[in-house]
Design a protein around this ligand. Structure first.
Ligand SMILES: [Zn+2]
Length: 456
């Protein structure tokens, strides 16, 4: 085969392609930006004779992790909001003031780039990022080399100003499209039901559907949001009153409200869905809405626990999100998957036949599920010929991991992002031997300390 000179084979004791069963003594063949073969090392070495082979030994090769809900521009706020986290309204307010008044565009860029570096180091190859400054975040993703959708956030709680906010958003979104490339694309995010009025939600839904722009929204996250939706009470309602903004509480759950406004027509990615009962899950299923499950962020802020097992049982497109590191405080999808599984099991949630959530289901949510949640399942999230060469290689030889009876359980219950040896996005080796390619990590680290000093 004359393509042999350009094919590279990564092999390891296990390959977990996610779309198909694990392969022992497996290999992945890549050519350029694509996977061209997955199988046993022997098979592929024969098929691609002459390929450059690299064997990682006691390790697992997986599709890169898909972190389907992040706010990379807020990375500099890691640990900054711990005192406010018991009061979601105060937490959001301090965050918003810091982002809009204290951080310069250069700060937001450095913050997003540092977040992207952290992601690569943890084997994350793709993010779904909600950003107030999408232009900057898109540039950071392009520079670091991560794949992702950046959802430009839109705010506008006052229904009287919906048209005006919508027109401004439309202009911004169309100019942002110039920043798209093959790996980094644009989406839109009406921020949340308590920051965007109903008419603005309707306008943005219409826009997203007609422009084929992916739409993401925070939904059913906090108790404060639930009070606002069901009773028109609580801190969000009080803040509306103080600002002279009218609000007629719909008296239903957030998911039901989003169905009523027509927003679910856009097949949105809904982050959190903590307060979703079985009727809401059925509604999400009916509209084929997608879910970003963010168990650590939800737990840390005291919001509660989303019904992950119900999402899986309903066969929703559900992925995992770290949310911003201001509420996590790390971007580590293996840890997120472990937390999701343990939390579900601790609560006694079950799937068919009364069984607990499985390791494979949690790992799948961190890869293929995330890709589906972002609508990128034809490109990433699984290893198969024709898919993008987005790969994470995770060492399994550590004292905290050996012996390994089963690679899935060793990954989920005994490993973390810190065990990642190599991260490849679109065939490019972006993290290897403890270093992120092409980024000055020392400089970025200094910038983070400098921003933290100024925020304090
Ligand atoms: Zn969020």
């Amino acid at each position: 085969m004359n393509m042999a000179t350009t094919v590279k084979l990564y092999s390891a004791r296990w390959v977990l392609p996610m779309a198909t069963a694990p392969v022992e003594e497996g290999a992945v063949a890549i050519e350029g930006a694509r996977v061209v073969g997955v199988g046993t090392r022997e098979e592929l070495a024969e098929k691609f004779s002459g390929a450059v082979v690299e064997d990682f030994g006691e390790a697992a090769i997986l599709p890169g992790f898909v972190n389907c809900h992040t706010h990379l521009e807020l990375t500099a706020m890691r640990g900054f909001l711990e005192r406010e986290e018991g009061d979601f309204f105060a937490w959001l307010r301090k965050l918003t003031i810091a982002r809009t008044l204290l951080m310069t565009p250069e700060d937001l860029y450095a913050s997003a780039a540092w977040g992207a570096v952290e992601a690569l180091r943890a084997g994350v190859t793709c993010v779904g990022d909600a950003s107030d400054s999408a232009l900057t975040t898109m540039k950071a993703l392009r520079d670091v080399g991560l794949r992702g959708i950046v959802y430009q956030e839109v705010f506008g709680p006052d229904a009287r100003e919906a048209r005006e906010h919508f027109e401004k958003a439309g202009e911004k979104l169309s100019s942002l499209r110039a920043g798209e490339n093959e790996w980094v694309t644009l989406g839109v995010s009406p921020h949340a039901p308590y920051t965007v009025s109903r008419p603005l939600l309707e306008l943005l839904t219409e826009y997203a559907v007609s422009e084929r722009l992916p739409l993401m929204m925070h939904a059913a996250e906090s108790e404060a949001e639930e009070l606002f939706m069901r009773e028109g009470a609580g801190p969000f309602a009080e803040s509306y009153k103080a600002r002279g903004i009218e609000w007629q509480a719909p008296g239903v759950s957030t998911v039901e409200y989003l169905a009523q406004t027509g927003l679910l027509r856009s097949r949105p990615l809904l982050a959190h869905c903590v307060r979703a009962d079985e009727a809401d899950v059925a509604t999400l299923k009916e509209w084929r809405a997608r879910v970003a499950h963010c168990p650590k962020s939800n737990a840390k802020l005291g919001h509660g626990r989303a019904p992950f097992a119900s999402f899986i049982r309903a066969d929703l497109d559900v992925g995992l999100g770290s949310d911003s590191v201001a509420s996590n405080n790390t971007c580590d999808l293996l840890e997120e998957a472990r937390f999701a599984a343990l939390l579900s099991r601790a609560a006694g949630d079950t799937l068919e036949g009364g069984r607990m959530l499985s390791c494979d289901e949690a790992l799948r949510a961190s890869t293929q599920g995330g890709a589906r949640a972002l609508g990128l399942e034809r490109q990433t999230g699984a290893l198969a010929a024709g898919m993008a060469a987005d790969i994470a290689v995770i060492g399994l030889g550590g004292a905290h991991q050996q012996p390994v009876h089963d690679p899935s359980t060793a990954l989920l219950f005994a490993s973390s992002g810190r065990d990642v040896l190599l991260t490849v996005v679109a065939g490019r080796e972006l993290y290897r031997d403890g270093r992120v390619e092409g980024m000055d990590e020392d400089e970025l680290r200094d910038r983070m300390r400098d921003i933290a000093r100024r925020l304090a």
